[in-house]
Ligand binder design. Structure first.
Ligand code: TYD
Length: 132
């Protein structure tokens, strides 16, 4: 599995830093939804699902967390700890997020609106669909 990381262009000057995110420029899709995960309690594992269609980019705008990606054949763990990096999570990838730092703000940009029917929440079902 190829891990796709986007290295955002950092606009820094004597005042500090700025990163601009733009659909179809540095994000490989139309952004239809944005959400962020923060104040995550200790030892929590989030995610634990895949999406049939949805593509996402995850950015730790503050703090750090780990993300496990599983394409049904291979698993990879990525530590996100920089606001400069976006992790692309394509469709049909099982993901789990854990080891959130107390100050972590995980920003997620999504290619579709929220749709419960797009979720695969059982790993065995995910494996069956991948193997098809
Ligand atoms: P959940 O899917 O459990 O988040 P995670 O991907 O971190 O495991 O979502 C938590 C709650 O928020 C759940 O009730 C669904 C709701 N939710 C929305 O209403 N809109 C959204 O865009 C998302 C991602 C979740």
């Amino acid at each position: 599995m190829k891990i796709e990381l986007i290295d955002f262009d950092l606009k820094g000057d004597e005042r500090g830093s700025l990163i601009a995110i733009e659909a179809n420029k540095n994000i490989p899709f139309d952004i239809k939804r944005v959400y962020y995960i923060f104040a995550t309690k200790l030892n929590v594992v989030r995610g634990k699902h895949a999406h049939k269609k949805l593509k996402q980019v995850a950015v730790t705008v503050h703090g750090s967390c780990k993300i496990l990606l599983d394409d049904g054949q291979e698993q990879k763990e990525i530590t996100l700890n920089s606001p400069n990096l976006g992790l692309v999570i394509r469709e049909m990838i099982w993901r789990e997020m854990y080891d959130f730092s107390e100050d972590c703000v995980l920003l997620v940009l999504a290619s579709e609106g929220y749709d419960e029917n797009d979720y695969i929440r059982v790993h065995e079902e995910f494996m069956e669909l991948v193997e098809k």
